[in-house]
Design a protein around this ligand. Structure first.
Ligand SMILES: [Fe+2]
Ligand SMILES: [Fe+2]
Length: 291
């Protein structure tokens, strides 16, 4: 086990070597609020996206993908946004913003599994937030998408050490958090917290990522997003993409679900919605990620 001083040095080195978020958080957050308004000005949205050329390319590429079965090609950003709709655009922008971080990880199996897991957790967070009438539905999606970003960073920056954590988890059945603490002296929630703070994400999102394995409270209203992400994380872990899983029995309800006012039946409803939505949207995001 690493000493405290050693662990702190490793953590500092990891965080300072990560650059800016590719699509800057400023673009992401202004687009999130702009596209939340159905009457938002299309010109303003176009201008905001045009700041980031790789984002423009992705939006155009996605709108021309076979997914939308267009007869005629889409050439302008304006047309593309109208075709995709604000909701899809917003999620695409956020998903795109993590794109290059994934590219930095060479272990393909890990990368694909984590990508699928975080997309499932993001969709689940959104569904849960909608089900409990949480005011931050899109923030929940974003928190779900970012919740395990610390794992991605650890795999990118200290691949050998992190592989050892993953192997130990597989062999012993112990949790990642526990083994990360033991072998590194810190865990992926701490890496996520420091990184999102560095990128100036809103405090609520930083907290959701930092606390997703141990949500605190909740004495606050609305319920902290960490609870939403915690339950979404469990739902995302159930095999949602295979047919047997969809038809199969639901594992035991996580205790945090009760805090959200969910019983087993309600959770099962959300899980079924998640399975359908994940199957329908996976290719859309994959197209966005590869564009
Ligand atoms: Fe996690
Ligand atoms: Fe997770």
């Amino acid at each position: 086990m690493a000493s405290v001083a050693q662990s702190n040095r490793t953590l500092d080195r990891i965080i300072s070597s990560i650059g800016d978020l590719p699509a800057s958080p400023a673009i992401v957050s202004s687009l999130m609020s702009l596209t939340a308004d159905i009457n938002a000005n299309l010109n303003t949205i176009c201008k905001t996206i045009m700041v980031d050329q790789s984002l423009v390319a992705r939006v155009l590429r996605l709108s021309n993908s076979s997914f939308y079965g267009r007869a005629k090609e889409v050439y302008t950003l304006r047309e593309a946004i109208i075709l995709l709709g604000f909701k899809t655009l917003r999620s695409l922008v956020v998903a795109s913003s993590t794109h290059t971080l994934y590219q930095g990880v060479s272990d393909r199996r890990f990368r694909d599994a984590l990508w699928e897991h975080t997309l499932a957790a993001a969709l689940a967070s959104r569904l849960i937030a909608q089900a409990i009438n949480h005011p931050g539905v899109e923030e929940a999606f974003l928190a779900g998408l970012m919740h395990d970003i610390g794992k991605l960073v650890l795999m990118q920056k200290i691949p050998d050490q992190y592989q050892a954590v993953l192997i130990a988890a597989e062999q012993t059945g112990r949790t990642h958090v526990e083994l990360e603490q033991e072998k590194l002296g810190f865990d992926h929630t701490e890496v996520g917290r420091l990184l999102l703070q560095k990128w100036a994400f809103p405090r609520l999102l930083v907290q959701a990522v930092a606390d997703h394995h141990h949500p605190q409270g909740p004495d606050e209203r609305p319920i902290p997003l960490a609870f939403v992400v915690n339950v979404a994380n469990t739902l995302a872990g159930w095999k949602i993409s295979s047919a047997e899983a969809i038809a199969g029995t639901v594992p035991e309800m996580p205790s945090q679900a009760a805090v959200l006012g969910f019983d087993q039946g309600r959770l099962e409803e959300v899980r079924a919605q998640l399975a359908a939505q994940f199957a329908a949207e996976k290719d859309l995001y994959r197209a966005a990620e590869r564009a």
